[in-house]
Design a protein around this ligand. Structure first.
Ligand code: GRG
Length: 298
């Protein structure tokens, strides 16, 4: 991340260590499935979603170790969606995180399986977590798993991807584009933030505030993604630029132009910062993250 954000090395290390330990250890006669899961999961993503879970846990003065499996689960679902999104039948991208996409490295059949494996594995680790096993926190763990299931399924990310595919060759209105963003990208960011509060506290006001923050940064994140696709270069972005134009995609930026889009991102960032007022724990990183997402270069 940029120099402007106090990149939380401690949490990034915790997340990467936990993800590495979660890499399945199984004898499958052919090791490609596990290798392809490892290739995509440990391939240097920014880890924004799991960081959000841990940081909202911290903002609620919760136990980071209880939140960690839920943070890893959201990263697994995110990675699973990236693997599937890059497939030729979806967005057809050969590069991801600056390296060949999973299906370029391992072939389409293994990439489909790796995506499915990570999607399933996310629920395995949440339901096998310490929080899910202890009577005191069991209810919170179930609520978190449901939140992530709902946000990544038909009412969230997968539904959003379906809207995106449907409008690929049609003219979408601004409302449709916003609905698509809300589901495709926004929903699991909201779940990531809410889970951090839900595993640590029963205070609904905090969950609602986390949701407000997440809605604002989720949309800002997506609009900035569209701006970068138009204005960045392949090397800086780590994937091919101008992909929206080449695929004739309607985006917030193609409808509103770059200046209005940047203004919208500014407003959303302010809204996100305001939502953090209710927390008595440390929200320094969450503030800096909202600002970083506004100004990021990749
Ligand atoms: C099988 C789970 C599953 C899903 C199938 C393909 C699909 C449905 C949904 C696509 C969802 C998708 C890829 C949304 C785009 C989200 C987005 C802007 C990703 C980039 O996120 P970053 O910048 O990436 O956080 P890193 O690489 O840093 O993790």
């Amino acid at each position: 991340m940029s120099n402007n954000v106090s990149y939380n090395e401690e949490y990034i290390k915790l997340i990467n260590k936990a993800l590495t330990e979660y890499i399945p250890k199984t004898e499958l006669y052919d090791s490609r499935l596990v290798e392809s899961v490892e290739y995509s999961l440990l391939n240097g993503g920014k880890r924004i979603r799991p960081l959000l879970t841990l940081e909202f846990c911290k903002a609620c003065n919760g136990d980071i170790n209880l939140a960690l499996p839920f943070a890893c689960a959201v990263e697994m679902i995110h990675t699973s969606s990236l693997i599937h999104d890059d497939l030729p039948c979806m967005d057809d991208d050969d590069m991801r995180r600056g390296k060949p996409s999973n299906h370029i490295e391992f072939g389409q059949a293994t990439a489909v399986l790796a995506g499915d494996t990570l999607l399933n594995y996310a629920y395995e680790i949440m339901l096998d977590s310490k929080a899910a096993k202890e009577t005191k926190t069991q209810n919170r763990a179930i609520k978190c798993a449901y939140e992530l299931a709902k946000s990544s399924g038909v009412y969230g990310m997968m539904g959003g991807q379906a809207i995106d595919l449907y409008y690929e060759d049609k003219k979408a209105t601004e409302d449709i584009v916003l609905k698509m963003y809300e589901k495709k990208t926004g929903a699991i960011i909201r779940a990531a933030c809410k889970m951090g509060c839900m595993i640590s506290s029963d205070d609904e006001n905090k969950v609602m505030a986390a949701d407000e923050y997440a809605k604002a940064i989720g949309l800002s994140f997506q609009i900035v993604d569209d701006i970068l696709d138009l204005t960045s270069d392949n090397e800086t972005l780590g994937k091919p630029v101008k992909s929206d134009i080449s695929k004739n995609k309607m985006t917030y930026v193609s409808i509103n132009g770059i200046d209005r889009s940047r203004k919208k991102v500014r407003e959303l960032t302010e809204k996100a910062l305001k939502a953090l007022d209710v927390f008595d724990g440390d929200t320094k990183f969450l503030k800096e993250l909202a600002l970083y997402l506004e100004n990021r270069k990749n």
